[in-house]
Design a protein around this ligand. Structure first.
Ligand code: NAD
Length: 483
């Protein structure tokens, strides 16, 4: 029998619910663990537990909150090999990628342990004589944290850590495909000293528990990362309720490669940005916009690099790309390749691979000869697929890059500082990379997109406080009695 995990509400486990198996996408005969998907009443109970814990947790000192986060961060870092193995096993990214993500989660917990101690607030003179004005930050209350499957521990950490650091209580609903990493993170934080109910875990179907966690009157804020469709649904449902909503959604991220680019840099930036983590990153370089004179040399060099690209079991040594996460994502990848063919694209790779174990293996796909208006250049594929658009010059490349409506990240590869600077200033994306893959971001600076890719304040680093606190401006009359 495989390992069993459960939801955690008010510090207690919740048994029962629909049976779910967490399968290893590298080897479908391997059941990583099993859990019961809870119903709407358990989601409601989790919100009640968070609401009950809020007065206590929000009144803890910054030092107490910092200590819990710091201790949890230390445990995550100390167990990076074991947690990385679990993550690779349930999500399918390679072991180095998975361990790197776990380390990132530990760093995020440490960062917000420090952030909890940072002073924030102002004391000012009013424009009225003798009146004193204070501007303070207060937690927003009960926060629902809803996350996707592609970063099973880092995204939960970058939402839960600031929520707790600034005194909020949390109900966390991870994606159904990756409950193991979520459970470990919650267990580590609870054992690090959180009071019961400050952090609750709801394992259940998004369509069942999601509406409760986003629209119940006990919810004061929703922070969501996932697809544009689900995110827009949450926004529409919450709009009449007027509560804080933060959405990080899909990306359609261009990588511009101009004639003066260093060829070796361009190849590595494209291949790592496009195919790293099996292309299953919101920041993946999903279309390359390449100027005329370098196009053929670049395509030949990328194809040569991809001919040596190793696909296999995520936990096997030397593997560069693990499997696609599940059958529906694989079907989506193949469907987009078919559409690209039907619109005139020339697909290289993108073949389903039969390897030693039954897994969802797909070879990396390069789609040549595409136009900006093609579906493959407009919609998020979320797989190991990079399309290429050939353009005359930099001006056309910039316009083509900016035609994306999911402006999360954009990159340029160039040896010319003027081009790099112009692109950085002119890109419509929320994040710009110069001679770096569009994916790969730091935890201490703001993260987020523009256009259809994002809604609400930025996440991470020094920007996180904007969503997880609300400002209060207080005026005190001169000579107010004190006793
Ligand atoms: P998804 O939208 O299908 O699911 C995300 C989460 O929402 C899951 O936990 C799911 O159970 C839950 N959910 C489903 N229905 C719900 C409902 N009605 N109410 C509330 N919650 C509900 O996304 P996914 O397939 O898990 O993740 C892939 C998507 O996430 C891609 O589009 C990717 O670009 C995006 N993503 C964005 C970022 C970013 O920071 N911009 C980062 C990672 C992933």
């Amino acid at each position: 029998m495989s390992r069993q995990i459960t939801s955690v509400v008010g510090g207690s486990t919740v048994t029962g619910g629909d049976a779910h198996a967490d399968l290893n996408p590298s080897d479908l005969s391997d059941v990583v663990l099993e859990y019961g998907g809870v119903d709407a009443s358990a989601a409601k109970a989790a919100l009640e537990a968070a609401a009950a814990a809020f007065p206590l947790w929000s009144r803890t000192t910054p030092w107490e909150r910092s200590t819990v986060l710091d201790k949890a961060g230390s445990e995550v870092l100390a167990r990076a090999d074991e947690l990385g193995d679990l993550l690779a096993r349930e999500e399918g990214k390679t072991l180095p990628e998975a361990k790197g993500e776990v380390v990132r989660a530990g760093q995020i917990l440490k960062y917000f342990a420090g952030a909890a101690l940072q002073p924030h607030g102002h004391l000012l003179d009013s424009v009225r004589p003798g009146v004193e004005v204070s501007v303070t930050r207060e937690p927003i209350g009960v926060v629902s944290v809803i996350t996707p499957w592609n970063f099973p521990i880092a995204i939960p950490a970058w939402k839960i850590a600031p929520a707790l650091a600034y005194g909020n209580s949390v109900v966390f609903k991870p994606a159904e495909l990756v409950p193991g990493s979520a459970w470990e993170l919650v267990d580590i934080l609870n054992r690090a000293g959180l009071p019961a109910g400050a952090l609750n875990l709801v394992l259940g179907r998004g369509s069942v528990v999601g509406p409760v966690l986003t629209t119940d009157p006990l919810v004061n804020g929703v922070t969501f990362t996932g697809s544009v469709g689900t995110g827009r649904g949450i926004l529409d449902a919450d709009a009449p309720l007027g509560r804080k909503v933060q959405l990080e959604l899909g990306g359609k991220n261009p990588l511009v490669i101009v004639d003066d680019a260093d060829l070796a840099t361009a190849v590595e930036v494209l291949v790592q940005g496009g195919f790293g983590s099996t292309g299953q990153r919101c920041t993946a370089s999903s279309f390359a916009v390449v100027t005329d004179a370098i196009h053929d040399r670049l395509v030949a060099a990328v194809q040569e690099r991809l001919s040596r690209w190793t696909v296999g079991d995520a936990r096997a040594a030397g593997i560069e790309m693990g499997p696609v996460v599940d059958p529906s994502q694989l079907a989506q990848d193949l469907r987009y390749l078919d559409v690209a063919r039907s619109e005139g694209g020339e697909v290289h790779g993108g073949e389903v691979l039969e390897l030693g174990t039954a897994g969802h293996y797909l070879s990396p796909a390069l789609v040549l000869g595409t136009k900006s208006s093609d579906t493959i250049n407009r919609e998020e594929v979320f797989g190991p697929v990079v399309s290429v658009i050939r353009v005359a010059d930099y001006d056309e490349a910039l316009a083509t890059a900016n035609a994306s409506t999911m402006n999360l990240s954009a990159g340029v590869v160039t040896t010319d500082l003027a081009t790099a600077t112009h692109f950085r200033r002119s890109s419509k994306a929320g994040m710009v990379m110069v001679n770096l893959p569009t994916a790969g971001v730091d935890f201490h600076v703001p993260f987020g997109g523009r256009g259809d890719s994002s809604h609400g304040p930025r996440e991470q680093g020094f920007a996180a406080i904007d969503f997880f606190t609300t400002s209060k401006t207080a005026y005190t009359a001169p000579g107010s009695p004190r006793n």
